[in-house]
Design a protein around this ligand. Structure first.
Ligand code: SIN
Length: 494
């Protein structure tokens, strides 16, 4: 048995994106001690890669009601309406407070906030920073807002929640540099591990995003929800079939138009909102053309000062040899956001005592079957604050649980690339009932007990644990997809 070090850390957060940092910075205001553990470096998260911005009803012609309606419409009305109302009505004050704390969003020459536009928004309501560097700027500001009460431990891979009988008391983690294993004992454990983008071959997500949170929560007995709803972003820079990063929807909001190789506008007769239709609709249309062997481009020729407005997109294009001076960026869809996840209230409460979830890991039902653009950074900020408030007002007492490691070892595993290819084949943008059933069987062959239970994480290497988590999450998604009979939003069944 390997030696395990013990650390008592009060409040523990697993993950370092906007959800984690929002909770941390709010808890700092109450001088709460927080430990954040993250698998890679602290800025290695999806939040840092987010481009478009944050939706908020702050412009003159806007209201929480309009923001609510757009969110519900994009989500195919499968959203939890109370959660949506909470999100959109808390949003203006949360953003104004964030600005007061030092966050600088882009402003016009008169000093007024600039509001951009993205898909399925009827009006311009997206605040952004550094053009399309919003996510990074938000993460940097939140890091500035936290105090020495917050300790961030990098390169700590969460292996397994310390949980038993519906209670959670922390996590077992391994440092990928030293191999040292630590049991982080906590009164309150918060899952903020992001989504599942790396389960697919093309994704906008960070390399660390392999569905670990969902897999660990499942093994701890946590309820999961809406796992079948996976959002594909229509425009990833794609060259020779390989994706190289996001081309923000804000580019279409600024006048970019999707065209095929003949120059036809592909969204023209598909939806009344054309290129700014809900993301699931646009992704399916781009994908349909792509399958026919057509090349799809984002025509940016009508956008003035493109490089100033979109420095990140410009940089990604330059790095990968896409010439923006040609006025056309080659694009294809890629996995982007998971609407499903760990079932949680807007305060992050799960069915496991002592375990909370926030950000993309959580499923509060706020996004329904398809998330409205730029509601995800918002979710991290608003629900992160609600979770912090809940913890302050309801001090938690950790359960007394000793980590138990079963002896179950893994057999031969597939490669990550094999899992990604099966996910795209069986559970991609367009799905078929037979494929979903096939997927369940394909995943199950790699489970030692047929139900992806706990394994000996201490004697299994990090790469194999990631693969096991990907298989677990893929299997859970396949089962959820097979169970949903209707074709709706991002779960499109042909
Ligand atoms: C984008 O910039 O297109 C992504 C925005 C989002 O996912 O909300």
């Amino acid at each position: 048995m390997k030696k395990i070090a013990y650390k008592n850390c009060g409040i523990l957060i697993i993950g370092s994106g906007i959800g984690a940092l929002s909770v941390s910075s709010e808890l700092c205001k109450f001088h709460k001690k927080v430990t954040v553990i993250t698998k890679g470096l602290r800025k290695a998260c999806n939040s840092s890669l987010a481009q478009g911005g944050i939706s908020v009803a702050l412009s003159e012609n806007d209201s929480a009601k309009l923001h609510f309606e757009d969110t519900m419409e994009a989500g195919c009305n499968l959203n939890d309406a109370d959660a949506v109302m909470k999100l959109v009505s808390e949003a203006p004050q949360v953003i104004l407070d964030f600005i007061k704390s030092g966050m600088e969003f882009d402003r016009d020459e008169n000093g007024a906030l600039c509001f951009g536009r993205e898909g399925a928004h009827r009006i311009n309501r997206i605040v952004h920073a550094g053009g399309d560097r919003t996510g990074l700027r938000v993460v940097e500001q939140l890091l500035r807002n936290i105090t020495s009460d917050v300790t961030i431990e990098q390169n700590e891979m969460a292996l397994e929640l310390i949980a038993r009988d519906g209670k959670c008391a922390g996590v077992l983690a391994r440092n990928s540099k030293t191999g040292e294993i630590t049991a982080y004992k906590a009164d309150c454990t918060i899952l903020a591990t992001g989504g599942i983008g790396q389960l697919y071959p093309s994704t906008s997500n960070d390399a660390t995003i392999t569905g670990d949170g969902i897999a660990m929560a499942y093994r701890a007995g946590c309820r999961l929800k809406n796992l079948e709803f996976i959002q594909f972003h229509p425009t990833m820079l794609t060259i020779d079939g390989k994706a190289y990063g996001l081309v923000s929807e804000a580019v279409r909001g600024a006048g970019g138009v999707l065209i095929n190789d003949r120059g036809d506008k592909i969204m023209e007769n598909v939806h009344p909102m054309k290129d700014l239709a809900p993301r699931d609709v646009v992704a399916r249309e781009v994908y349909a053309h792509y399958l026919k062997g057509e090349k799809i481009y984002l025509d940016i020729s009508a956008i003035e000062d493109f490089s100033e407005k979109f420095p990140t997109v410009t940089q990604i294009c330059e790095e990968h040899g896409a010439d923006i001076k040609s006025g056309k960026i080659p694009v294809a869809p890629g996995a982007h956001f998971h609407m499903g996840g760990v079932e949680a209230t807007t305060e992050g409460i799960t069915n496991i005592e002592g375990l909370f979830a926030v950000g993309e890991t959580a499923c509060t039902g706020v996004h329904g079957a398809n998330r409205l653009a730029s509601n995800s950074l918002l979710e991290g900020l608003v629900f992160g604050k609600l979770l912090a408030d809940y913890i302050v007002n309801n001090p938690q007492k950790g359960a007394d649980i000793t980590p138990e490691i079963p002896e179950t070892r893994l057999g031969k595993l597939p490669s990550k690339a094999e899992i990604q290819s099966k996910m795209m084949e069986f559970l991609g943008i367009v799905r078929h009932s037979e494929d979903m059933k096939k997927a369940i069987g394909w995943f199950e062959q790699f489970s030692p007990d047929g139900k992806f239970g706990r394994i000996d994480v201490v004697n299994t290497d990090d790469e194999s644990i990631e693969i096991y988590n990907m298989l677990t999450t893929g299997w859970l998604i396949a089962k959820a997809a097979a169970e949903r009979k209707e074709s709706v939003g991002a779960h499109y069944v042909e």
